[in-house]
Design a protein. Structure first.
Length: 390
């Protein structure tokens, strides 16, 4: 049987059929596209790492994201067209091994797993993975499937393009290189092997282009006491996302401190993108050699206070573990960078310039406090000898 005939039997296309099918949580399958095959812990369990875990907490991302019964489509926040591994996990079994998701959406259901374990997979998780060479275009086994990523024969190309939509075929026909053509074929084949794998699991592929499907799934999640998201905005508006953005700002700040140009380093310290209390602590440490008394975690805690009016731990203890691990990593990195600055030929000049900046800032702060207390007049604060109100 040709690929096209097989795929069509496992994909729902009628709107009502999709809504009816996704009305039963037992039919939900979490689909996670990734660059890496799941790892195996000491107990023999497979698990998916968070980005924080995978980068040894250089990055503060604490979440793992899945779609329901479909492969994630690329958008402005990321591209998954070339991720070769796809993990398929029955929703109920995944939750029973871990925690409830932070939010449920057909396009973006996300978990904050324990960073000591990652997102642990049940035994019946299905792994779709690539092979560089093979006699078959694809092969579906028990709990796993493999597919070719290149070196397609003429007949295989024909099979793959038969299951492609009009626009994808157009892109293939107008591709400017063999590499681009292969990338398109890879993407088509991967997604259709996922559909076949869902069929092997006794499930259906359900694209969620209809709002009715998204709304239904969100409604069911809400009925289960979870946060259902029919609009796919839950993560972007979450505290986890805000803290991740703050972490990226801190990483960028640290990187800018390693610039070889004194003017750029001075500008970063006096004007740059992160809390002034942090920058001031760093400047004082450079000027007088005092111990750095700023902890990166406090910057994240302040964001949490502003965003959610709660501590990070109260919001989610696993998120708090990730942020603390990331903060420790950034604190170590910052100390290393500051020691490196001392070796710069212009370090003493930087100390002088920063001292002048801090002196001016301290004078301004004292003057402002005096104004509030009424112990100094506005004309004296502004340095105007004769003040005329007319």
């Amino acid at each position: 049987m040709e690929l096209l005939e097989k795929v069509e039997s496992f994909e729902l296309k009628d709107k009502k059929a999709k809504v009816d099918y996704m009305s039963d949580v037992k039919n939900w399958v979490c689909v996670h596209a990734t660059k890496y095959e799941p790892k195996v812990n000491l107990n023999g369990e497979r698990y998916i790492e968070t980005t924080g875990m995978a980068t040894d907490y250089k990055l503060p991302r604490a979440s793992v994201h899945v779609t329901l019964n479909q492969v994630v489509t690329s958008h402005m926040a990321g591209n998954w067209d070339k991720t070769p591994f796809v993990v398929l996990i029955p929703y109920n079994e995944l939750v029973s091994k871990n925690v409830n998701p932070q939010s449920v959406s057909v396009d973006d259901t996300w978990f904050i797993p324990n960073p000591d374990t990652g997102l642990v997979l049940p035994d019946n998780a299905f792994i779709v993975k690539p092979v560089q060479k093979g006699d078959k275009l694809y092969e579906i086994g028990k709990n796993s499937a493999v597919y070719k990523t290149s070196n397609y024969t003429e007949d295989e190309v024909k099979q793959i393009l038969e299951v492609a939509d009009y626009y994808t075929k157009f892109d293939y026909e107008n591709a400017k290189s063999d590499e681009e053509k292969n990338s398109i074929l890879f993407h088509i084949l991967r997604d259709n092997v996922v559909k076949l794998s869902l069929g092997e699991m006794g499930k259906k592929f359900v694209s969620s282009h209809e709002d009715d499907v998204s709304v239904k799934v969100a409604s069911i999640a809400n009925d289960m006491g979870l946060k259902g998201d029919g609009g796919n905005k839950s993560h972007s508006e979450s505290l986890e996302s805000r803290l991740e953005d703050e972490g990226l700002s801190l990483i960028e700040f640290n990187e800018k401190l390693m610039d070889e140009n004194i003017d750029n380093v001075y500008k970063t310290l006096t004007s740059g993108g992160v809390f002034f209390s942090m920058r001031k602590s760093i400047m004082n440490s450079i000027v007088d050699g005092s111990k750095l008394n700023f902890d990166m975690y406090s910057a994240f805690a302040k964001i949490a206070e502003i965003h959610s009016e709660s501590s990070i731990k109260d919001y989610n203890p696993f998120l708090d573990m990730t942020i603390r691990n990331h903060s420790n990593k950034m604190n170590e990195n910052l100390k290393f960078i500051l020691n490196g600055l001392k070796e710069k030929p212009w370090y003493s000049e930087l100390q002088t310039r920063l001292k002048g900046y801090l002196d001016c800032d301290n004078m301004f702060v004292k003057g402002t406090e005096s104004l509030k207390k009424g112990s100094v007049k506005l004309e004296d604060f502004l340095g105007i000898s004769e003040y005329n109100s007319k």
